[in-house]
Design a binder for this molecule. Structure first.
Ligand code: NDP
Ligand code: MG
Length: 396
């Protein structure tokens, strides 16, 4: 890679894209195409979307491809047989290949708890992590960040709010953070009350005003769980206490987050809502590579507004703060319950207002573990999913 402002040449970075067929994964491949002198694809991985994975592999010619759904191995392997690409399947194979010598950065863009195991494997192998998969830090933030410290691994945030904080921190590493403000658009139901939310549909919830994303995070944005998960993510990334983490509704999604230092100065990072920028910065840090993405025109955004979040109506945000302050395995319970609830909502099995009910019941019922090990997280995730599924069957 070459510094944007100097002639010094450093080596091309070889990227493992986990979740390449998703919203972040596909945008990451666009970024890599735009920066092909500096970045290249070493590994592509998806769950079961074999057709798109095959197309991506033919275009980017990675060293290897992993399809996690083992039933799709033959179709992917046959389609790529004529190319010099190794094909593997299953999550354990993924955990081995992320550790390959030839991988420089692992972009974790899988959705949900499934991202935890390969991220841990990549950290143990000393790979830099570009982290979109916030659930990894929500479930096991302490374990992940401790392992990263032990292995001298950097975790570069991809989530736009955390990237904003990270960008504001460049050159400020020695200065203490007083607090950060994570901005939130408020989603499609901003300003609405519980009466209105009783009857909202899946299609309404999937209709995000500013961002086009995968289904799970889009529902999380509508319930405000996404911001709750991001508060927990920020705690681990920036080593902050709950009282240093504030949420600010900013419907225009132009200020991606703000940081307040101990002298009272506030820095913000701004730009159009476009994930390609934070993805690129995570992959090219510390360099800002020239890009052709659309620029922000202030005159088209002459008014930037701010509101407090309504965590009485959007109870998931309050539940996430509760999980944050209780610690231990409670954020893992919150995450597993939410994944089950969102899946049920996406399959029209529960109503929008029932999403926080499931999360709350799981937090009440699942056994608390104060200092969880990896095995405790695995057990908590499993137990919570079982309990949440039982709850769903009683609600049907
Ligand atoms: P998508 O649903 O669009 O994509 C998910 C990707 O993960 C797909 O490639 C999918 O493969 C793969 N995947 C899903 N389950 C598994 C599994 N069990 N094993 C292996 N691969 C799996 O999600 P997004 O791109 O929207 O989000 C990805 C992550 O990034 C999430 O954690 C989200 O919170 C975070 N994020 C997303 C943002 C966005 O703008 N989209 C913004 C900030 C953070 P397949 O296609 O085969 O199912
Ligand atoms: Mg975000």
């Amino acid at each position: 890679m070459r510094s944007a402002n100097s002639d010094s040449i450093v080596e091309k970075r070889r990227i493992a894209v986990l979740g390449s067929t998703g919203s972040i994964g596909s945008q990451a491949l666009e970024v890599i195409s735009q920066q092909k002198d500096f970045l290249e694809v070493e590994l592509l991985c998806a769950n079961s979307n074999a057709d798109l994975l095959i197309k991506q592999a033919i275009t980017f010619k990675p060293n290897c491809v992993v399809v996690c759904d083992e039933s799709k191995y033959d179709v992917v392997n046959d389609a790529l047989a004529a190319l010099d690409i190794k094909v593997y399947s299953g999550i354990d194979s993924l955990c081995s290949v992320v550790a390959m010598e030839s991988v420089d950065i692992v972009l974790a863009a899988m959705v949900g708890y499934a991202g935890l195991k390969p991220v841990l494997a990549a950290i143990k192998a000393g790979k830099a992590i570009a982290l979109a998969n916030k659930e990894t830090l929500v479930v096991a933030g302490e374990l992940v960040t401790q392992l990263a410290r032990e292995n001298k691994v950097n975790i570069y945030p991809v989530d736009s709010e955390h990237s904003a904080i990270f960008q504001c921190l460049v050159g400020e590493w020695h200065n203490r953070i007083e607090k950060i403000f994570l901005t939130a658009s408020g989603g499609p139901f901003r300003g609405k009350k519980t009466d209105y939310l009783q009857t909202v549909t899946r299609a309404q919830a999937l209709n995000h005003p500013n961002w086009s994303m995968g289904d799970k995070i889009t529902i999380d944005s509508a319930t405000m769980m996404n911001k709750g998960l991001e508060v927990i993510e920020a705690k681990w990334l920036f080593e902050l206490k709950p009282e240093q983490l504030e949420v600010l509704i900013h419907p225009q999604s132009v200020i991606h987050s703000l940081i307040q230092f101990e002298d009272g100065s506030i820095k913000a990072q701004m730009g159009l809502p476009d994930m390609r920028l934070p993805i690129q910065f995570a992959l090219t840090y510390p360099y800002r590579m020239k890009s052709s993405y659309p620029r922000l025109n202030f005159l088209e955004h002459a008014s930037l507004t701010f509101e407090l979040p309504d965590s009485k109506t959007f109870r998931n945000l309050a539940l996430a703060y509760e999980a944050l302050s209780r610690g231990g395995n409670v954020p893992c319970i919150l995450n597993a319950a939410n994944e089950v609830a969102v899946d049920a909502f996406l399959h029209d099995r529960i109503r929008f207002v029932e999403l926080p009910d499931i999360v709350e019941s799981c937090i009440e019922k699942i056994f608390f573990v104060g200092n969880p090990t990896y095995q405790d997280y695995v057990a908590t995730d499993l137990e919570t999913r079982r309990f949440a599924s039982t709850l769903l069957s009683t609600m049907a």
